[in-house]
Design a protein around this ligand. Structure first.
Ligand code: ADP
Ligand code: F6P
Length: 449
């Protein structure tokens, strides 16, 4: 990362990390700020960031070296395609040349992502949004903390050099996506990251997910198929416009459905523009389509237990795995990043994948995420986390969740009543923890190249 403080570097690092992890690429953020806080402590005054402060400069260099060294060690320890993100200002040509040299000489490809922003309003709102609550300013008066942070920025500005090095690979994001400058993008992975960054925006937004109403196949415990809604599913479809009005309000929504009968039927009373996505169709269960879990366990016992061992990677014979589904849904995620006011009516497995992207679930957690029927899930992405609310309609439905190791998915027969989920009026929010981004600092020596 490259850029002055409060330009969204950490935000971008988190977004890229979450996106790549979701796609299955091992990604880790090495935050120089976290190393600096470990070495020098919290609540440092702006004078610590003055480049004439030699004592502090030594500490800052040490923190940068530790982060880079840990990152290099991590590259050699882990296997597969890896992306390490060095989150720091890296605001001089000298710093970038050093990073580039240390990494390229070890065969690690470097892409610099610079965020430039001269919009005072955006910078002030970034400071209020995240900096005042950062560990650097805990328990400080907000006004004094803001003034101190502005002075900290001016120390960086004194020596800041934007990237002009034509021999480096880079993307510059200017004023939150109003312009991009791209130089020497060489690999598929770099181009994916660049494409992703070009879809990001920071306007506050909410996204709503709902599964289709209970289907006839749900009632019979069958998976897959293209059945229509059960009478209770119809009731849910009828109540959906009211539920939306009560909880989402009068904003102009766009409804995205899959191309399957049950989602189209569920959306049909909603008075909004609709778009069908094939990509939102339910997981293709191949030869198991139309069977119950009990039938699958009896007919394909090996497959059944292999799916339990590694549900994310298990691919149905002639069908798909959750890993395949993530790739199928990538264009939907890109569009969701670009758009606001979208209500998606889709299926258990597809919603799990999209939910996992926003909530930062691991591949182990993803296929077991609870996505109940007859419930709208509202997600509100924040800078480093995502808030969640559930709006449940008071129309019973079967529970289609099959816990690991069980055959029959319904624990109890008939109506699904989950008391942990409030009804529409009393919906509660749960705030996910932001990921932490630091590896333990270990004394290290990286062999020079
Ligand atoms: P930095 O790491 O550069 O000090 P942060 O990532 O902590 O800054 O700042 C987070 C804030 O930056 C969030 O409020 C987010 O909305 C905002 N932000 C995200 N992307 C950008 C961007 N490209 N330019 C400016 N601000 C951004
Ligand atoms: O049971 C409903 C359903 O949408 C099936 O069509 C689909 O195969 C299943 O859920 C996905 O859930 P799981 O991956 O837990 O089997």
């Amino acid at each position: 990362m490259v850029g002055l403080p409060a330009r969204g570097k950490t935000y971008i690092s988190y977004k890229v990390s979450r996106y790549l992890t979701w796609l299955g690429i091992k990604t880790h953020i090495f935050s120089v700020g976290n190393y600096r806080r470990k070495i020098a402590g919290l609540n440092l005054p702006h004078t610590f960031f003055d480049t004439n402060n030699m004592e502090a400069m030594k500490i800052r260099h040490e923190a940068a070296m530790m982060a880079l060294n840990d990152m290099i060690q991590w590259f050699f320890k882990e296997e597969g395609t890896l992306v390490g993100i060095l989150d720091a200002t890296n605001s001089s040509k000298k710093a970038r040349a050093w990073i580039n040299q240390e990494l390229t000489c070890r065969g690690i490809q470097v892409l610099f992502i610079e965020s430039i922003c001269d919009n005072e309003k955006v910078i002030m709102s970034n400071i209020k949004d995240v900096k005042l609550s950062s560990p650097d300013y805990c328990n400080r008066d907000p006004k004094a903390a803001t003034e101190d942070f502005m002075k900290r920025i001016s120390h960086y500005e004194a020596t800041y050099e934007t990237i002009t090095e034509q021999d480096l690979s880079y993307i510059k994001l200017i004023n939150v996506g109003s312009q991009y400058i791209i130089n020497m993008i060489r690999s598929y992975l770099e181009s994916r990251i660049v494409y992703y960054l070009m879809n990001l925006h920071t306007r506050p937004k909410r996204i709503w997910f709902s599964r289709h109403g209970e289907s006839l196949f749900n009632l019979e415990d069958k998976i897959g198929g293209d059945s229509g809604l059960s009478p209770r599913g119809e009731q849910y479809a009828l109540k959906l416009p009211e539920l939306v009005k009560q909880n989402i309000g009068d904003r102009p929504l766009t409804v995205w459905t899959s191309s399957m009968t049950r989602t189209i039927q569920t959306a049909r009373h909603l008075p909004f523009p609709k778009k069908q996505w094939k990509a939102l169709d339910e997981l293709d269960t191949g030869v198991c389509d139309g069977m119950t879990y009990d039938e699958i366990a009896a007919k394909y016992p090996d497959d059944f237990s292999r799916r339990d061992e590694d549900k994310f990677n298990y691919r149905y014979r002639g069908g798909e795995s959750y890993r395949d589904l993530v790739l199928r849904l990538e264009p939907v995620i890109m569009d969701l990043e670009r758009h606001e006011n979208i209500l998606i009516i889709s299926h258990q497995a597809t919603i799990r994948c999209m939910y996992a992207y926003f909530m930062g679930l691991s591949h182990e957690e993803l296929p077991y995420a609870r996505i109940p029927l007859h419930t709208i899930i509202e997600l509100k992405p924040k800078a480093f986390s995502c808030e969640e609310k559930l709006y449940k309609v008071d129309v019973g439905a079967v529970d289609t969740f099959r816990p690991k190791g069980q055959k029959s998915r319904r624990l109890t027969n008939d109506t699904f009543v989950d008391s942990s989920i409030p009804l529409a009026e009393g919906a509660s929010g749960e705030i996910a923890d932001a990921n932490t981004s630091i590896l333990p600092i270990t004394p290290i020596s990286v062999t020079p190249c």
